[in-house]
Design a protein around this ligand. Sequence first.
Ligand SMILES: Cc1cc2nc3c(=O)[nH]c(=O)nc-3n(C[C@H](O)[C@H](O)[C@H](O)COP(=O)(O)OP(=O)(O)OC[C@H]3O[C@@H](n4cnc5c(N)ncnc54)[C@H](O)[C@@H]3O)c2cc1C
Length: 483
Amino acid sequence: MSTYSIVWFRNDLRVHDHKPLTRAVTAGHPVIALYIFDPYDYSDLSYGFIKTGPHRAQFIQESLEDLRRNLAELGVPLLIRYKDPKNAFLEMSCDFTIDGVYLHEEIASEEHQTEGRVRKALPGVPFYVDHGHNLFPPEDLPFSTWDVPDTFSQFRKRIEKNGGAPPKAIAPPQAAVKAELPNKIEEGKIPDAAALGMEIERNKPRYHGGSTAAKQRLRDYIFTKDRLRVYKETRNGMLLEDDSSKFSPYLANGNLSPRVVYEQIQHYEKNYTKNKSTYMLYFELLWRDYFHLVHRKYGDRLFYRTGLNGLEIPWKTNEEHLQAWMDGRTGYPLVDAAMRELKQTGFMSNRARQNVASFFTKNLGLDWRIGAAWFESQLVDYDVSSNYGNWLYIAGVGNDAVSFRAFNVEKQAQDYDPDGDYLRYWLPELRELPVPWIFKPGEMGMIEQEQYGVQLGEDYPFPIVDLYESMREMKKAFEEASK
Ligand SMILES: Cc1cc2nc3c(=O)[nH]c(=O)nc-3n(C[C@H](O)[C@H](O)[C@H](O)COP(=O)(O)OP(=O)(O)OC[C@H]3O[C@@H](n4cnc5c(N)ncnc54)[C@H](O)[C@@H]3O)c2cc1C
């Protein structure tokens, strides 16, 4: 039987800055790349919705098409399998000898368990694991995983005191001798969202997966459109593509290495300008690293109802409220616009995410884990550590001991969308409403409803909870739980 090295791709769909690929190519044996669609990732969660929704499924499909092209140039075929990973590996081990499996480390326990089952099925086969999702590998940090500071600000200061520069990104490997597949082995078709049993709406702009698209976006945002220069001033915008970098789908799926983003920030600073905006983008990449480290430190506590601080909040169950939130029909325009954007595109700005998560936990008082799971299902940039980490903090069950904090979603809309453009874009039924009614349609009387052609309860819902009353109730619940 012929012998091959396998590079197991998961959330690292690129050929640049990919140590496992480079190591496998230089190890000497022909290299086969492998990506497995695990049916578990496309199953229904206990909350009644699918774990990976159509937008991310489509993004992954596009990323894999791009990866297959890029790997082919290196002489590496990409096999696609849609089955339990353990069985996929077992089948291959019957067809050829596996000399070693090369892969990037993942943090979450689900991936660890899957990997553990695969390792058990391949006794004697070495696994070569590298770090590759962050700016800083754990061994370069000035503290151990267990001592990761409990506030971001402490973390950032320690990193910056330590020099603040990550290792250099590595280039794609040189082309290897083309690996011919054993006779009966097929490469396998990449399933799209439809093949995975999902429908996808195509009427709104959305993000396209793949390293090629990622590098194009990187160049466009920083250099061609020159938007890094003003990132600090625009990043809270919710409507426009260039309000923020939109690197997250590429970073989350590994189409882009964060170290390549860092390098481009450096080039921009050297050749154009260095200002608060250029620093701020680096600062945000540090937030990403921080949430990954919090996940490493606390493990599965990231998914506990009581979070990292053990607060016993009496989270409510209310199917109607949950459905209204997911569908964008709460009667609060900022929440509704953002939730409809998420459903239609798989994306939502950071400002909007903070607001809808705060509304979910501090106004509706629903179990934060369900909100986080809906994001997991819908987001094209879903990243387990960033998603659950951010949700924990907004829900008030993170590891930072701060008093009760909640976003006033009406005021936030006025502050960050002063003309109501974002709201009108996503809520066509409110398109005729001027300021100030666009921010609080629920307060319109009969006269305004007639004047603007919006009948409350028919065209647009009445608010499903009282904004201030619901917030007071949750504040009390937090105070009780903290006693
Ligand atoms: C409730 C909630 C859930 C979130 N879930 C995710 C998620 O699943 N995946 C994800 O990548 N981000 C998540 N974020 C963080 C943030 O909202 C997105 O990274 C950001 O909106 C992506 O847009 P951008 O690339 O234009 O960001 P930019 O503002 O341009 O930031 C640049 C990059 O920095 C990183 N970043 C920025 N802010 C954060 C942050 N708060 N936490 C972690 N990384 C950050 C991202 O990788 C981002 O691409 C979440 C935030 C909240 C409040």
